[in-house]
Ligand binder design. Structure first.
Ligand SMILES: *[C@@H]1O[C@H](CO)[C@@H](O)[C@H](O)[C@H]1NC(C)=O
Ligand SMILES: *[C@@H]1O[C@H](CO)[C@@H](O)[C@H](O)[C@H]1NC(C)=O
Ligand SMILES: *[C@@H]1O[C@H](CO)[C@@H](O)[C@H](O)[C@H]1NC(C)=O
Ligand SMILES: *[C@@H]1O[C@H](CO)[C@@H](O)[C@H](O)[C@H]1NC(C)=O
Length: 942
């Protein structure tokens, strides 16, 4: 098969994408659940709205009233009439109003307790003493200024009529001669003036109050008839020399404008400018601030018209004398059709639900990222050539696609079933908002995934975040937003918490939808963008998105290079490990000089030669590779690998034997890039493992000691994925997968299409081997490939490996001598971090196994006889094993003749009972035990 070369970015992207899609397809059930949640919540909201409509919006008291006008004899209603005359005052509001009521024009005046009085900061302008507040008789102050004080004064003397004539035949006209005021703010429609419809008194503003008596009146006609009383209040007008002085007084009267934090308000102020007998020019100050937190309420100006009329009337009298009047009798709304109450409760409670819906993607993405990390799949993918760049980009794009799809579904579904939250706000704003937020959310997942190592903890924490944040948003954040006394700056600080910025955006949508629905208008448009808090939310989200991306990238780089997260904070003067290193090296080299065997030395020389004149004949070259684990908690540093030199040509299978903890896995981890060597290096296909690991990965296959597989992918899908990463395509890929499955005996009986999670340990093992070999990598590392296999599968696997090694260099570790003997061209016995010997199995047996092993079992009282027998046959024999009558001896080959041994045993049998006996040539196992023992003994004493 021709070498397809390393896979391009798009090939790797394609591989990962297909794998992810299959993975999601397998998780169909939980995915469906997640998709169902927005649907169910939307339906739930619609249900609440329907219930609310029937119970509240369409309830009798919330629509125009009807009464039975013609009743049949049976007591049945034959004709029902509706309209304002059949309604209670509450219902009247909703009726069609053909002729809206006329309301006397009212002037907005401050309530008694905040009317301007003399204070430390406003002392010398003629305001009354503070004592009036106690009796509630403070006057209403009106300021005026202009270019000519005498004109101003004479004009303002006419401002208020001093006579009150009230004649019930035409109330409004009589009242127009008076100036009426209210402290109650106007509403956004004036079908019902709140100043009159409420219980607040109507003030009659006079230049002097003769008595405290109040005059009762009734306004309007049935059913909108209100009993009111007129309460007299005095007016005080004060001249200031300049308009800037007026501004000053007004500002100081504002609660936040003076040092004592006291409301000290005036009713209105006029600047007469250059007004004289020929000109009438006037500026009017009025207070448009309303206390209820909502902005832009129309209707504010209803109360301004009265102050315009006041000054115009005064000017007219200034010109024409007191007999001339310009009366302002009433204000009246346009006629209106019948309306109904339109409270959109679904929009009001929407933010809580929709913030849950969108936050719900967080645990989904997080657990998928943490799963790959927990199962170490991320690392094994990297080893098979999937670099960090493609991994992050593809994962990002993939999660973004899923999230975008999800929010689009939410918007479409919400609109289709008629939620105003979605229908009334501009779709492009909504989409931009959700899109930005899901980007932020994915970046956060990447960042947070580095903190977690277990799927369970990450999922639990993520769900707590989702539900907790939603609830906190609706019970804390929303409450604070609505509290206008809470500083806006702190709200922005709170919104830095990502879930709150989401909540705030949803809250703004809901408010706009609610108000839009109430007025029969649209919700948020781009022109409201800066008017709502959306501009700040967008800024926060975009900035956090970039910060999270950069932080996630940084954290990933650091954790994948094995450094401490805060490595740059470390004390640069405390170079503990590098200072200790020289002494270690010295000690190490002394050990080697003393103990190194000629074969190991020869290998070292070969490597030195290869390093000088690089050639590609040797696929793997390790040059004096060392790994020292720094000492912890007072323990000395541990030498895991002490200067390993090894060259493995292509087409060779090199077997690594050694007791547990000898450093084999550390060695493999260094060669596969999981660990950085402390010193020395390795070349794979001429590429340095310290600097060129990413390119090394494209021609490498790894079968790790523990199977790293996706539980929900099948064996075939695993092979397809890794095959694609190795740049196999089309029919070549299919054929390779097929062959691979057959070779590891996973093809028949549909095993290939079963989920890997359901495989037995042996099947997983075989799949791991198949994965490491797919795409004919140049270098393959196998860490105990055949553990846990039955003999038949093992034999099968061996043939696969044997076939694969033709143009591949394989390094494999094993504990099975049989396997080593069968598969490996050369063996190295690795003890305590160093090679003790190296050579092909026959050589090793010859070198270390110059003896036979004699075993004999007798009853224990005859042990002495056996020892004597051996002494006779071979004076230099060594007892190597002894337990309850069974003894094992090593007989040097040069002084033993097998026939003598047989004769001696025959003779012994006649003297005492021999239960069993045997004579064996050395096996590899004996070599191993011997080498391991001497190596360890040596290292202990050195
Ligand atoms: C102010 O107005 C009065 C009366 O209109 C006029 O007599 C007087 O000259 C004016 N004063 C100034 C400074 O213009
Ligand atoms: C009220 O109006 C009627 C008719 O316009 C008039 O006769 C009567 O004197 C008025 N009453 C007062 C107190 O002005
Ligand atoms: C206003 O101006 C007059 C004369 O122009 C002056 O006498 C008076 O002190 C000024 N008042 C204030 C409060 O400045
Ligand atoms: C305007 O009115 C609001 C309440 O209606 C009040 O809080 C505020 O202090 C007033 N502003 C001034 C300058 O008087």
């Amino acid at each position: 098969m021709a070498d397809p070369g390393p896979a391009s970015f798009s090939t790797r992207a394609n591989a990962l994408l297909r794998k992810n899609l299959t993975y999601q397809k397998r998780n169909l059930r939980s995915n469906l659940w997640i998709i169902m949640i927005p649907f169910m919540l939307c339906l739930f909201l619609v249900a609440i709205q329907v219930l609310f409509d029937t119970q509240v919006n369409n309830a009798d008291e919330n629509r125009c009233g009807c009464q039975c006008t013609v009743t049949s004899e049976a007591g049945k209603c034959e004709k029902e009439s509706c309209g304002i005359e059949f309604s209670s005052p509450d219902q009247a509001f909703f009726c069609s109003i053909a002729s809206p009521p006329r309301w006397p024009p009212l002037l907005q005046i401050p309530p008694p307790e905040s009317r301007a009085v003399r204070t430390s900061f406003l002392s010398d302008i003629g305001l009354p003493d503070e004592s009036c507040r106690r009796t509630g008789t403070c006057p209403v102050t009106i300021l005026f200024t202009g270019n000519n004080r005498s004109v101003g004064t004479s004009l303002f003397d006419n401002l208020l009529t001093s006579s009150v004539t009230v004649n019930s035949s035409d109330l409004l006209q009589d009242l127009a001669n008076n100036v009426l005021g209210t402290a109650r703010e106007a509403d956004f429609t004036n079908y019902l003036d709140p100043g009159i419809a409420s219980n607040d008194p109507i003030y009659n503003i006079r230049s002097r109050c003769i008595s405290n008596a109040t005059l009762p009146f009734s306004f309007g006609q049935k059913p909108l008839e209100f009993q009111k009383e007129l309460r007299c209040v005095q007016e005080l007008n004060i001249w200031r020399n300049k308009s800037i002085e007026v501004n000053d007084v007004i500002f100081k009267g504002y609660q936040k404008g003076n040092p004592e934090g006291k409301a000290n308000e005036i009713a209105a102020a006029y600047d007469l400018l250059n007004t004289d007998r020929n000109n009438f020019n006037v500026h009017i100050w009025y207070n448009s601030t309303y206390n209820d937190g909502s902005r832009n309420r129309p209707g504010t100006l209803v109360r301004v018209s009265r102050s315009v009329n006041l000054v115009s009337n005064a000017y007219l009298q200034f010109l024409q004398g007191p007999g001339t009047r310009m009366l302002f009798e009433y204000v009246k709304e346009m006629p209106k059709p019948e309306t109904s109450l339109r409270l959109d409760i679904a929009s009001l409670i929407g933010p809580l639900f929709f913030s849950w819906v969108i936050l719900l993607l967080f645990p989904v993405i997080l657990s998928s990222l943490v799963y790959e990390k927990q199962e170490r799949l991320r690392i094994i993918m990297k080893m098979h050539g999937l670099g960090d760049g493609p991994y992050w980009m593809i994962s990002y794009a993939y999660f973004l696609a899923i999230s975008t799809f999800y929010v689009i579904i939410l918007m479409v579904f919400g609109s289709v079933i008629g939620l105003n939250f979605f229908r009334l706000n501009d779709y492009s704003i909504q989409f931009t908002f959700y899109f930005l937020y899901v980007n932020l959310q994915i970046s956060l997942c990447f960042l947070v995934s580095s903190v977690f190592s277990k799927v369970k903890t990450s999922t639990v924490s993520a769900y707590i975040y989702v539900f907790g944040s939603g609830l906190m948003g609706s019970f804390l954040l929303q409450f604070l937003i609505q509290d206008s006394s809470f500083p806006r700056g702190w709200i922005i600080v709170l919104e830095l918490y990502p879930a709150f910025s989401l909540y705030r955006g949803l809250y703004e949508f809901s408010q706009f939808a609610f108000r839009g629905n109430l007025r029969g208008a649209d919700g948020m448009k781009w022109k409201d963008f800066s008017d709502s808090a959306m501009d700040e939310i967008f800024c926060i989200i975009i900035v956090e998105w970039f910060v999270a991306l950069v932080a996630a990238y940084y954290v990933d780089k650091i954790s994948s290079s094995g450094k401490d997260l805060l490595f740059f904070l470390k004390n640069p003067f405390k170079k503990s490990s590098s200072m200790r290193r020289p002494s270690l090296q010295r000690q190490g080299s002394k050990v080697f000089v003393e103990m190194e065997k000629p074969d190991v030395n020869q290998e070292r020389e070969k490597v030195e030669q290869l390093m000088l004149e690089p050639s590609t004949s040797h696929a793997i070259v390790c040059d004096n590779l060392k790994k020292v684990y720094p000492g912890r908690d007072g323990n000395p540093p541990k030498l895991a690998v002490r200067g390993l030199s090894l060259a493995v040509p292509s087409g060779e299978c090199f077997g690594m034997l050694g007791p547990n903890g000898a450093g084999k896995t550390s060695f493999i981890n260094m060669m596969t890039g999981l660990l950085k060597p402390t010193s020395g290096t390795g070349l794979v296909q001429g590429l340095d493992i310290c600097s060129d690991m990413d390119r090394v990965y494209t021609s490498m296959g790894v079968c790790p000691q523990h199977d790293l597989l996706w539980e929900t992918l099948t064996g075939r899908e695993h092979l397809l994925f890794y095959g694609r990463l190795k740049n196999l395509k089309g029919s070549v890929l299919e054929q390779a997968v097929e062959e691979s499955l057959k070779s590891v005996n996973l093809f028949h009986g549909g095993v290939a299409d079963k989920l890997a999670g359901k495989y037995s340990g042996g099947m997983k093992r075989r799949l791991s081997v198949a994965i490491s070999l797919i795409g004919s990598p140049k270098v393959v590392y196998m860490d105990e490939p055949s553990t846990g296999l039955d003999p038949a599968s093992r034999k099968n696997l061996w043939t696969v490996i044997k076939r694969a090694k033709q143009n591949t260099a394989i390094i494999l570790t094993t504990h099975s001598m049989e396997e080593a003997e069968f598969l490996c061209d050369r063996l190295g016995i690795f003890v305590d971090g160093g090679l003790q010997c190296i050579g092909n199995p026959k050589e090793l047996k010859g070198r270390y196994g110059g003896s036979y092993v004699f075993t004999m079992t007798t009853s224990s009282e005859h042990e002495g006889n056996v020892e004597k027998l051996i002494q006779d046959v071979s004076p230099n024999a060594k007892k190597i094993y002894h337990i309850a009558g069974t003894q094992k001896f090593e007989l040097p080959k040069e002084e033993v003749r097998i026939s003598e041994v047989f004769q001696a045993v025959e003779k012994a049998k006649s003297n005492f009972t021999v239960f069993a006996w045997g004579l064996a040539d050395t096996t590899l196992e004996d070599v191993f035990v011997k080498v391991a023992r001497t190596g360890q003994a040596f290292n202990v004493f050195s």
